[in-house]
Design a protein around this ligand. Sequence first.
Ligand SMILES: [Mg+2]
Length: 270
Amino acid sequence: MADTHELIRNDFPRGDFRAVLFDFDGTLSLFREGWPRLMTDMMVDFLREAGCVEPNDSLSLRVENFIMELNGRPAIFQMMRLAEEITALGKTPLPAESYLREYDRRLLAMTADRTAEVERQPEKAAVWAVPGTHDFLEELKRRGLKLYLASGTERHFMQPEADLLRVSGFFEEIHAPTAGDRSFSKRAVIDRILTTHSLQGHQLISFGDGVIETGETRKAGGVAVAVASDEGGNGTINQWKRIRLAEAGADWVIPDYTGQKTWLPELLGS
Ligand SMILES: [Mg+2]
């Protein structure tokens, strides 16, 4: 049976929400669905080349853990972590940028078919969006909320994908790092949105599938809704994601946006 939502903390102040911040990959877009597996496999390949003898299962798990801990920051940070792991094996790593280029190459090979499908058939946009995305964004706008997008994915990749999915137009602002920018952080984006629009933390709600945006929203005093979609597309909450996001401070957990009519009035208090 499909899950609608799970409440972890529900005693936050309501009635004064103004801004809603969205992550992109995994939260709105499924173009890059499967990226953690792809990144893990690539890193395991490089670690094996560097002489790592750790058994496959434990190595994959360990690599996936540090990848997900850094999910929300630009991918170069995950590549810097790979370089550290290779150094720890007594080998000289390549520059982190080289690993990033290889990752982008593999990722592009995976996403090219998906984006091409929507380029040919624009009506397929909904297929590659998290279920219920378009109706949900529409409803938030209708309620007068201001929507912001913050993605750790480099802008030259992310913006065309957001355009293809036909979600760009919903957002007041789209924040994403330019190529090679290591200074981007969700923390800085949240601070900037609050300051620029004279908002307080409790007026912010975020939707994200990463531990970083979840934790930073809570630190800023906002309400963090975790999107823990199950990749099988059966509308249930993915327990593995749920556990991490709950640990990071998620207030609510949803599998996607299809149940919004049930839970949105409760979330907003109106
Ligand atoms: Mg994400």
